[in-house]
Design a protein around this ligand. Structure first.
Ligand code: AMP
Ligand code: GLY
Length: 423
């Protein structure tokens, strides 16, 4: 089978690595890919939003299955385009990817179907939003409705801050059209957990849990990023939490989407907050998490192609999804200055240290080839994942492993997985 993967980050590298393990697969392409993905896949110079070119490529090269890793093309309807052309593709259609593409939609869905989430109001008018803030409780959370690279969420401690936030999102359009509509949401406190799942329209099978570290600096300081590191499983995701979410969140979401005529096939990523009142949904994503995929996929026992095909064919109920009884930690190596401004083009050394090193993975996020060398080419450069028998071992292994990789301006958080000590 020939597989095309759409995307270019650490998540797509983890997907490519998983796909490469499948006996069913004879050839992998990735559009556009990166220098690490090139180890398993032929990288094709087509961008994720160039649907027509991707369709033409898939037809010419007789691609049997396309897996879309990124949110933008999914929300933009890549799956519909492929299906219309008779091509087999994994991911939600546009009318289902809205679960991630519109926060206002997902909040209304949760409200309608009694799925636990923070209280909120949606606004498409800045004056009304500003008026609402006058009597609101602080801190309060402002969210641009649409996709904003994980940056469209503002936590405001005072009325002044919140007013500035509304201006920034709705009037100055700092997140572009994503800010045409806005959600104003109750502030919650608690631990965050990411639970990814495979969905076939009716059946949902959750993967092992993970936790991301979104802020740029140690101690959860600094700006929000795409994610600076992850660990899996989360020790805070207890059986009790799992049971609650199975009862009130997971199947309820899949059923709600089906009831709305928006059958969801693909990955649903549940961003949960474990509050005093129980687990609540912070957000939905319609794809694997990045860097969650880098700790979850290395622990998955199943052939990813079998699971993906079961999702497309609606036979996921027959799949026994299994994960290893161990742990994994991923530390992201970034370019100093990320997520604001940073330099690119520095040579990276040390990859050879990972050759045949079992239980260790270097997933490329922002890398490229230049003059025969692999160089830095993004804010997040690499995700170094290590497994261990337990979380502490995995964390120690990951922090040892990152010493083996060098590049100028290498920056990382020192406290990925520190929360494990509090479990
Ligand atoms: P989101 O993109 O919706 O996951 O939001 C990004 C981050 O903002 C989350 O991972 C949380 O850390 C934080 N956040 C979002 N919504 C809330 C909320 N209602 N209360 C507290 N923190 C929140
Ligand atoms: N790590 C968070 C995300 O993928 O959205």
């Amino acid at each position: 089978m020939k597989v095309l993967i759409v995307g270019s980050g650490g998540r797509e590298h983890a997907i490519a690595w998983s796909v490469a393990k499948s006996d069913k697969v004879t050839k992998i392409f990735c559009a556009p890919g990166n220098a690490g993905i090139a180890e398993y896949a032929e990288c094709v110079d087509i961008k994720a939003m160039e649907f027509e070119k991707l369709v033409a490529f898939a037809k010419e090269n007789e691609i049997d299955l396309t897996i879309v890793g990124m949110d933008d093309p999914l929300v933009g309807g890549i799956v519909d385009t492929f299906e219309t052309e008779g091509l087999r593709v994994f991911g939600p259609r546009k009318n289902a990817a809205i679960l991630e593409g519109s926060k206002a939609f997902s909040k209304d869905l949760m409200k309608k179907y009694n799925i636990p989430t923070a209280g909120y109001e949606n606004f498409d008018d800045a004056a009304k939003a500003l008026e609402y803030l006058e009597t609101a409780k602080f801190p309060i959370v402002l969210k641009a409705d649409g996709l904003a690279l994980g940056k469209g969420v503002l936590i405001c401690n005072t009325l002044e801050e919140a007013k500035d936030g509304v201006k920034s999102i709705m009037l100055d359009k700092n997140f572009g059209t994503a800010g045409n509509t806005m959600v104003i949401e109750e502030f919650m406190t608690g631990r965050e957990v990411s639970v990814l799942s495979f969905v076939d329209g009716k059946t949902i099978k959750t993967m092992t849990s993970a936790q991301d570290h979104k802020r740029a600096q140690d101690g959860d300081q600094g700006l929000n990023t795409g994610g600076m590191g992850t660990f899996s499983p989360s020790p805070f995701y207890t059986e009790e939490v799992d049971e609650f979410c199975k009862k009130y969140v997971y199947q309820a979401t899949v059923d709600a989407m089906a009831a709305e005529g928006r059958e969801f096939k693909g990955i649903i990523f549940f961003g949960l907050m474990l509050t005093q009142e129980g687990p609540k949904v912070l957000e939905y994503n319609a794809r694997f998490g990045d860097p969650e995929a880098q700790v979850v996929l290395p622990r998955m026992k199943n052939d990813i192609i079998e699971v993906v095909e079961a999702c497309i064919d609606g036979t996921l109920d027959q799949v026994d999804l299994q994960f290893e009884d161990n742990a994994a930690v991923c530390v992201v190596l970034a370019s100093d200055g990320y997520p604001v401004s940073y330099e690119k083009g520095y040579p990276i050394t040390g990859f050879e240290n990972f050759k045949d090193k079992e239980g260790y993975y270097v997933f490329h996020a922002g890398t490229a080839f230049k003059d025969g060398q692999i160089v830095t080419n993004g804010g997040r450069v690499l995700g170094v994942t290590a497994k261990g028998d337990d979380l502490k071992q995995a964390r120690a292994n990951a922090y040892e492993a990152i010493k083996l990789i060098s590049f100028d301006n290498k920056y990382y958080r020192h406290d990925i997985g520190k929360a494990i000590d509090e479990a």
